[in-house]
Design a protein. Structure first.
Length: 274
């Protein structure tokens, strides 16, 4: 029996489906729990290069919350429904982010890095998962692939130490556009040492590493994190959960049975729930 703690709705502005529609699919698939983790709105004066389409907006948060609570009532006794947010970490705006988070209590948080500092050229925040062109531009702007993944993993370690978000989202998403190791070598000693340092911090701080099945449908075509990293996770006995990162109802719990079978063959024994 599985639970899915990483899902999006129409309130992400790039997803679809109301919370109750995702909940209906989750019940149909026999999930034990469904967590909604809409992108927490970015601090007010943060600019992103997508015209604000990558995160929930401030005027949507109340409706999102209400619809999740309504789904909780509607499906009471059939499934456990949790209200959560997927939260970015922007060191320059951290005070503001912290104050904003305090105003919106939730059942849990997924901490994820989608922004790796700013473009030097225009001071806009760099979304690492938007498209190929934007990724290439960021790598070029920030001094190459090694500098970029080093910073990416450093940001994960920082937020893991600063926040008690329970789950770490798509741990190696920095690889999303790194087709054929175009920008950096994910098998290199240096890359893996960055991952190792990060996993040590996640262990220390009691995080759950999500195994995100959406990665298989992205350019890189591989679950987040990679098998190599999963072996390292297993070796450290870090708690793991499965997540779909669904952006529409029929993606809830996607590929969970097949993925878990594969993980069991690798040696995983247990999924951690909230
Ligand atoms: Zn994400
Ligand atoms: Zn997500």
């Amino acid at each position: 029996m599985f639970s899915d703690y990483h899902t999006h709705t129409l309130y992400s502005n790039h997803g679809s489906g109301h919370p109750r529609e995702l909940a209906a699919v989750a019940v149909e698939k026999g999930l034990l729990a469904l967590g909604f983790s809409e992108h927490f709105p970015l601090p007010e004066n943060v600019t992103e290069p997508t015209g604000g389409s990558a995160n929930m907006q401030w005027d949507q948060i109340e409706l999102y919350t209400r619809e999740v609570r309504e789904a909780q009532e509607e499906f009471d006794g059939k499934i456990k429904i949790l209200l959560g947010y997927e939260v970015d970490y922007l060191p320059l705006f951290d005070e503001q982010m912290r104050a904003n988070l305090a105003k919106y209590p939730a059942d849990y948080f997924v901490g994820s890095i989608h922004i790796v500092d700013r473009f030097r050229s225009d001071h806009e925040n760099w979304l690492i998962d938007y498209n190929n062109e934007m990724f290439a531009e960021g790598v070029n702007d920030q001094g190459g692939g090694v500098a970029v993944y080093t910073r990416y993993y450093e940001l994960i370690r920082d937020f893991a130490r600063k926040y008690d978000h329970r789950i770490v989202g798509h741990l190696d998403m920095i690889k999303k556009f790194n087709i054929n190791k175009r920008y950096f070598d994910t098998d290199s000693e240096h890359y893996l040492s960055q991952v190792e340092m990060t996993l040590d911090v996640l262990k220390e701080t009691g995080k759950i590493v999500e195994i995100n099945t959406a990665g298989a449908y992205k350019d890189i075509g591989e679950v987040y994190p990679s098998d190599k990293i999963l072996q390292m996770v297993l070796h450290r006995r870090l708690p793991v959960c499965l997540s779909s990162d669904a952006h529409k109802p029929d993606q809830v719990g996607r590929d969970f049975s097949a993925t878990w079978k594969r993980l069991v063959r690798m040696g995983f024994e247990e999924i951690t729930g909230l």
